[in-house]
Ligand binder design. Structure first.
Ligand code: MOS
Length: 762
């Protein structure tokens, strides 16, 4: 897992005083439309891709068209004379020899490395007056390549004669084995044992907004507008790459159109924009084309997972043993996660081995719960099969194995575990028992239902600082470093201020994600955004409230204890108590503003705060065509407190539909003959549309009223909403037609083949 976003939660330290947990809330939890909804839907919101600065140039990048090649010669003469062209950048240009991709013993590559290890690697760049001129000129750069042998199939990459991605070969590190208990003894004690091998696809992030940066220099100071999930992380990496002090680099990330993990790390295009802008003395925008994002902006690696599981007659798991492997692409990262095998269920005997493989393809990046949906695809189908073998209801078997402690973390207790409630209450809301009893056969259209559970394994970086300012007219500014990926972060954080300070959300302006004007917030990833930033925002609002009440107490000559805030005013306790609007507080008028700075408190000592989920799906399989329609889904989510019911639902439905893509349609295809991606576009790479989405989707929040996880009671949502979604569909397919879809996506061709094999077997 990426260290930035997914380091295992190690608990907290330190000790700022923490406010009491919320009980009932007035604003928080409501269905409030996004505070910037109008800007977003009307097109007036300026995304990085929309940004136009005076004199701005456009960059286009020359990319290696081969899976593996060495650049012999670059001729930029023709490109440099083309209309509108202002400059060309290659690895030879001053300041361009920037190391890229860290290995164990130093950098493995360069910004423009003559040794290209995958299709799409950066070779040169051009800046021109318009984007079209830049792309024309990039095409006119003549590059002579020596093509080299390549390997893009992870099944073949570890063969002794496979072409090597790096000198040491194609195994990244050594396979890692994790063990607890004694799996052999566990299987010996089991009444049923199941072993299966699963394959999952390479899934692409496909955010609506492509990856894009705009760079502008003012002397030695650099400002970059970036479509990013974390302005602070990008600033750190950018300052490092350009050898600038942190204070000289400003990164701004306002409206942004999705990332799903692909916008956590610094992109080469950002540095290219900065280098061209410095050389040419003009702002430069570098935007990837959609096709380029498929090649160089990350992916969820495919996994091969062999999983063996044993259980007692009553469903209690006795042993889990697994081997997981996957391709990281051409540079180091992590391709697999066995976390759920170790922790989703109570199981005394567990062993798993993880292997990361290098191939000549674009590097993987974190993608919505890195490794988790792939692992879930194996674990939750095996658990389903065990239930079938033992004649148990799949919900019942899962309920037999609910954990209250994290076995992977020295049995540290969870602050709350809503998993059992997700399963039981989800089953009732879905009509699980009734649906399972319905007869299956209806001609060639067969219906089935499935369930899958899941959990997420990261509790958040507890460092975040927020500032709340109350102005003399009663309006409020909320200042936070958090990026809003489109999920509604600004809205939820404004609601926290509204709750605590008694002002309407529409009186609150949110200023965010700008390293020059906001304080630190960790990247919006790892499902941490709300649970890390909300407590800091709440603390800042509480501090402003304290000052307001002090001022009011003096003005009204009342003890602070008799005063409260509500509806933009200070209210005196008691029937018919006096009400003084903030704008009429003299002390506030004199000071012009009251400022509260709030910091995030540490995580609870020795405990883990993690979210859980159980999702239910009903599908209809056309046994003639192999087409699967997902008819309805119910997602029961224990993510703690619901901060905004509307954005909560949005996150959940998005996670479900992205899981539907994983289960049924999405798959990167690399051509074995050329090593090139053949579906690097939105026509051939099939992302589900509204027509593919379930007609009925229901979200059932399970709130365990967790008063320990943090001061707002919310756990993460973005990732857990996605983790079990694909597997619930797989289990429903099995229920409908009796075949096990081991390989995702379950395309019509694959399903027809499975059905034909089943028929042959009789
Ligand atoms: Mo995510 S993969 O933490 O954006």
């Amino acid at each position: 897992m990426s260290p930035v976003c997914f380091a295992p939660d190690s608990g907290g330290g330190g000790g700022a005083s923490t406010p009491a947990p919320w009980g009932e809330t007035k604003v928080v939890g409501a269905r409030l439309p996004r505070v910037d909804a109008y800007e977003r839907v009307s097109g007036s919101a300026v995304y990085t891709l929309d940004l136009q600065l005076p004199g701005m140039l456009h960059a286009a990048i020359v990319r290696c068209p081969h899976a593996h090649a060495r650049v012999k010669r670059i001729d930029t003469a023709k490109a440099e004379t083309m209309p509108g062209v202002r400059g060309v950048l290659t690895g030879e240009s001053p300041g361009a020899a920037i190391p890229w991709y860290q290995g164990r013993e130093g950098p493995l590559s360069l910004l423009f490395d003559p040794h290209c290890r995958h299709e799409g690697e950066e070779v040169a760049a051009v800046a021109a007056d318009t984007a079209l001129q830049a792309h024309d000129a990039a095409r006119a750069v003549v590059v002579e390549y020596e093509e080299l042998p390549f390997v893009v199939d992870p099944d073949k990459a570890l063969a002794p004669d496979a072409p090597k991605v790096h000198d040491w070969g194609n195994l990244l590190g050594q396979p890692r084995v994790t063990t607890r208990g004694d799996v052999a003894a566990g299987f010996a004690a089991a009444d049923a044992v199941v072993e299966m091998t699963f394959r999952t696809p390479v899934q692409m992030h496909t955010p609506m907004e492509v990856h894009v940066s705009v760079a502008q220099w003012d002397g030695d100071r650099l400002t970059v507008w970036d479509s990013t999930q974390g302005v602070y992380a990008i600033r750190e990496a950018l300052a490092g790459a350009l050898k600038l002090p942190l204070a000289s680099v400003r990164v701004v990330g306002h409206y942004m159109g999705g990332g799903f993990g692909s916008k956590l790390e610094l992109g080469k295009y950002t540095v290219i924009a900065a280098l061209l802008a410095r050389r040419l003395g003009r702002p430069v925008k570098a935007a990837l084309t959609r096709e380029e994002t498929f090649l160089v902006a990350g992916n969820r690696p495919s996994n091969v997972i062999t999983l063996k599981a044993g259980a007692k007659r009553d469903g209690a798991l006795t042993a889990l043993e697994a081997r997981l492997s996957g391709p990281v692409g051409a540079y180091p990262t992590s391709a697999v996660s066995a976390y759920q095998i170790g922790d989703l269920y109570t199981c005394p005997n567990v062993k798993f081995e993880t292997t990361n493989i290098l191939i000549h393809a674009g590097k993987a990046r974190p993608f919505r719960a890195p490794g988790f949906p792939s692992c879930n695809w194996a674990l939750e189908q095996v658990v389903d099969t065990l239930a079938e073998k033992l004649g148990l209801d799949p919900v019942e078997l899962r309920l037999k194995n609910i954990p209250t402690v994290s076995q992977l973390n020295d049995n540290a207790p969870y602050t709350s575990t809503g998993l059992a409630r997700c399963l039981t209450e989800g089953a009732v809301a879905f009509g699980w028992t009734e649906a399972r009893r319905r007869p299956k056969t209806a001609g060639h259209l067969r219906r089935g239902v499935g369930v899958a559970a899941g959990m997420w394994g990261y509790g958040g970086d507890p460092n975040a600082t927020a500032i709340v300012t109350l102005y003399a007219d009663g309006s409020v500014n909320l200042n936070t470093g958090a990026s809003d990926l489109g999920t509604g972060t600004k809205t939820v954080l404004a609601m926290v201020v509204a709750e605590e300070l008694g002002v309407a959300p529409d009186r609150i302006q949110v200023e965010h994600a700008d390293t020059a004007t906001t304080k630190f917030a960790p990247s919006s990833g790892g499902s941490q955004t709300v649970l890390v930033n909300s407590p800091a925002v709440r603390a800042a609002a509480i501090e402003v409230k304290r000052q307001v009440l002090e001022i009011a107490a003096r003005q009204l000559d009342k003890p602070v204890g008799d005063l409260a805030v509500a509806d933009g005013a200070v209210v005196v306790a008691g029937a018919g108590g006096k009400r003084v609007p903030f704008s009429e507080l003299k002390g506030l008028g004199e000071r012009r503003m009251l400022v509260g700075v709030g910091m995030r408190h540490p995580h609870p000592e020795g405990k883990l705060a993690l979210p859980f989920a159980a999702q239910f799906a009903e599908v209809e399989v056309d046994t003639r065509s192999g087409a699967v329609r997902v008819l309805r889904v119910l997602a029961a989510q224990d993510s703690g407190r619901v901060m905004n019911r509307l954005t909560f639902n949005n996150q959940v439905f998005g996670g479900v539909v992205q899981g539907l893509g994983f289960a049924l349609t999405e798959e990167r295809v690399l051509d074995r003959a050329t090593g090139k991606m053949v579906n690097a576009n939105w026509h051939d790479y099939k992302v589900p549309t509204m027509l593919d989405s379930p007609a009925e989707a229901e979200c059932l929040p399970i709130d365990p009223h967790d008063t320990e996880c943090n001061t707002v009671g919310a756990k993460g949502l973005g990732e857990p909403a996605h983790i079990p979604a694909a597997t619930a569909i797989a289990n429903a397919i099995h229920d409908a037609v009796g075949v096990r879809p081991l390989e995702a996506p379950v395309t019509p061709a694959r399903l027809v083949a499975l059905l034909a094999a089943q028929e042959r077997k009789g």
